[in-house]
Design a protein around this ligand. Structure first.
Ligand code: GLN
Ligand code: ZN
Length: 758
């Protein structure tokens, strides 16, 4: 048995990759310095994996921004709008214009990589003649060999996944696209073959989504051709994030190895393996260590899994590996010195996961005694955390069992309670409001820094936050908004803030993972039973409400979003963790209501992104996700109005789910997809309150009054004016103050104009 890895975090232990990129962008270092620094990081990453004893080390997983962008650039797929590109190798300046835009040219679209929080740059693909501009996998292979003596495995995104993740073409263009891409893949592989490369890893995660039999035939064709073109090169066809959809076809593909995920497959890859076997002439890349989560593996269980696999597949046919690239976890636990031992020793990031792999391989090759001591230590670490108080809140667990057996819901049906609410709040037609946050200015960030570093007492910080709230209540009144917010000045981040106040969370010091480009996030860690400790938002909301006669809307993050944007314990189901969060938030909603806050927004921007990759699994997820939201929001009086917010949510296909959340009002992003949305309402009726974002907050541009009048008028053509709200399409925390005030003034004026015309 051999050990292998699919990809290593590129950002560095201390985010040195991020700093290098940003230093280059801001002109602090020149291109040669930039290249030298990145080379040091890249080689350091490879050396670490070599020292760890990994047999098959990946290269070309490193990038200057994103691996999908690298593929596009390699294929010369530079959209025409980047006028500096004249063909040939893509210069660094064009590469970064595609990634980030420049002052005249907008960036390429970015979207989520499957069900992770990593975002890739979406290739713009048209059937046309393409030429290879460079062979990056080959260059990385040579580098590893020459500089470190590593016989590495170049990684590239396979053609099927590359095509499915691209945009700019129609279904009928696919054959043409295949014809233009195949020669490029062929050339890459042939050059690798000539170089004497033994293995190449072709990432095909799209094979785990619900793909059709026809598509599977396309995949078969593609790999037949590639194998023919480079018969002496071994292809490891790598899948991850779930079970492959067409197991029997996949194992028959003309490749020499198949990589399967045995962690996130819900047992399906394993049962397929047992039922249909595995070809004797192929290598199995057995993804047994969770590449997406941060917890120590249970080595005894992993040994059992390996034993089950080796009943079907011979040991010398197996590469043991993480379930996916380690890109999705932080680099090492070694730097997490502030955690309690109980938590710290139960964590495993990239380096520790590689250690688990080499350990398990050693156990298989040399016998169980060779690793017995480590397995015992592993068992103890897991037991310690399992038996800790944090994981044994009996009342929380009983609460979850009860909650699961009931369906939560409001007392009155929507129409009846909405009428009561409108009388209660005395709002005009087309009420105007915002999504919650106001600009997090340098001043706000500095104040938080002072408080964190201990330079300010809690009282000083509180005074500062109060002043901001008061300033912005005045501004909102002056602008003439109908429903006000306190502005979220006390929050760094909409999930982290709640994590700090709830029981069951811990925070990492260096636990960064790449989100997109140089942007890294440090998700909170849910390690224990989540529980409510004391009110989290009441003070600020009540203070804001005391300053005005207008309604101030309370502001919470919903259970599903907190779940989806955290690292979640893996000893109980995500469903159960979500219910724990829901019950804690229900208490916060209750506390707000008791304190006189009668309009409460519970944001769920991440509800949609938690959807499982396979269509058949979606219903189950949605059932508990929706029920969790209902638990958090339903035990309020009829007159208390529940709002929710989602950023872009593909309303067309998601309308029924949104409706089942039973929020009285939802605000969503629509300014960039307005036409599409209007047609959704023509086809189906949506009866609840809805605020279609009338301007795009992602740009500093101040939208004109007429533009928004137009937007609102288009909206009320398809929706009842009684249900229509006016708001921007997301929170304003990333915007500057002047543009925010100017935009909101125009928005309110637009609402006034439309009201008069009604
Ligand atoms: N209430 C949050 C804010 O305004 C919502 C953020 C979001 O949708 N991502 O910042
Ligand atoms: Zn949003």
């Amino acid at each position: 048995m051999r050990s292998s890895s699919l990809g290593y975090p590129r950002i560095g232990e201390d985010r040195e990759w991020k700093r290098t990129l940003e230093a280059y962008w801001s002109g602090k270092i020149d291109e040669s310095e930039f290249t030298a620094q990145l080379e040091a990081i890249r080689l350091g990453n490879l050396q670490k994996q070599k020292d760890q004893g990994i047999d098959i080390i990946p290269v070309n997983d490193f990038t200057l921004y994103d691996q999908m962008l690298d593929m596009s650039v390699m294929f010369g797929l530079v959209p025409e709008r980047y006028s500096a590109y004249k063909g040939g190798t893509v210069p660094l300046s064009v590469y970064y214009s595609m990634a980030r835009g420049n002052k005249d040219e907008v960036a390429s679209e970015m979207t989520k990589w499957f069900n992770t929080n990593y975002h890739y740059i979406v290739p713009e693909l048209k059937p046309s003649k393409l030429t290879l501009t460079e062979n990056k996998p080959l260059a990385s292979y040579r580098e590893a060999k020459e500089k470190l003596g590593i016989e590495a495995k170049p990684v590239l995104v396979g053609p099927y996944t590359f095509i499915t993740l691209s945009k700019g073409y129609n279904k009928q263009d696919v054959p043409g696209i295949i014809l233009s891409l195949l020669p490029l893949y062929t050339q890459i592989l042939q050059e690798l073959e000539q170089e004497g490369v033994k293995w190449v890893q072709m990432d095909e995660p799209s094979l785990v989504s619900s793909i059709s039999k026809d598509d599977m035939q396309t995949v078969t064709y593609l790999y037949e051709k590639l194998n023919e073109a480079a018969p002496n090169l071994n292809i490891m066809l790598q899948t991850y994030f779930d079970a492959v959809e067409h197991y029997q076809e996949v194992i028959e593909l003309h490749v020499q190895g198949i990589g399967l995920d045995f962690v996130h497959d819900k047992g399906k890859n394993l049962s397929n393996l047992q039922e249909f076997g595995f070809p004797k002439d192929k290598v199995l890349g057995a993804g047994v260590i969770d590449g997406k989560n941060i917890w120590l593996s249970d080595l005894s269980k992993k040994n059992q899994l390996i034993n089950t696999i080796t009943k079907t597949v011979a040991e010398d046919q197996i590469w043991l590996q993480p379930s996916c690239s380690l890109l999705h976890v932080p680099v090492t636990v070694r730097n997490e010195t502030a955690l309690t031992k109980e938590v710290q020793q139960a964590l495993a990031f990239a380096d520790e996961k590689l250690e688990e792999i080499t350990l398990l391989v050693k156990g298989s090759n040399q016998g169980a005694e060779a690793i017995a001591e480590k397995v015992a230590a592993n068992k103890l670490a897991l037991q310690t955390l399992a038996s800790s108080n944090a994981r044994n809140h009996k009342d929380v667990q009983t609460g979850v069992e009860q909650a699961k057996s009931q369906t939560a819901g409001r007392q009155l049906p929507f129409k009846e309670r909405y009428q009561k609410q409108q009388e209660f709040f005395k709002l005009p037609f087309l009420p105007s409001t915002t999504i919650g946050s106001f600009p997090q200015t340098a001043e706000v960030k500095q104040a938080r820094g002072k408080f964190k570093r201990g330079e300010w007492t809690a009282a000083q910080y509180e005074t500062f936050v109060n002043e901001e709230i008061s300033k912005w209540i005045d501004i909102q009144e002056e602008i003439g908004l109908d429903v006000l917010v306190h502005g979220e000045f006390e929050r760094t981040d909409m999930v982290e803030f709640f994590g700090h106040k709830l029981g069951g969370f811990v925070f990492l010091e260096k636990g960064w993972v790449q989100s997109y480009g140089s942007r890294c996030v440090k998700p909170p860690v849910i390690y224990g039973d989540v529980h409510f400790i004391e009110p989290m938002t009441v003070r600020e909301s009540v203070y804001a409400q005391s300053l005005t006669k207008k309604t101030v809307k309370g502001m919470l993050t919903g259970p599903v979003t907190i779940l989806n944007w955290s690292f979640v314990r893996d000893d109980i189901s995500r469903e159960n963790v979500c219910y724990q969060l829901a019950l804690a938030l229900e208490k916060e909603v209750g506390a707000l209501e008791t304190a006189g806050i009668k309009m409460i927004q519970v944001d769920e921007p991440a509800l949609r992104e938690g959807l499982p990759l396979k269509k058949n699994d979606r219903e189950e997820y949605l059932k508990w996700a929706v029920n969790s939201f209902l638990i958090s929001t339903s035990s309020v009086e009829d007159t208390t109005q529940i709002h929710t917010h989602m950023c872009y949510c593909d309303f067309n296909s998601f309308m029924d789910v949104i409706s089942s959340l039973d929020a009285d009002v939802i605000s969503i992003e629509t300014s960039r997809s307005h036409g599409e949305l209007a047609s959704a309402f023509e086809e189906k009726t949506y009866e609840k309150g809805i605020g279609l974002g009338v301007y795009d907050i992602h740009s500093p541009r101040v939208p004109a009054v007429e533009e928004m009048v137009d937007m609102i008028e288009r909206g009320i053509k398809v929706l009842d004016k009684d249900q229509f709200w006016i708001n921007p399409d997301c929170g304003l925390k990333t915007r500057g103050v002047p543009e925010t005030v100017a935009s909101l003034k125009n928005m309110v004026e637009a609402a006034t104009i439309v009201r008069k015309n009604l």
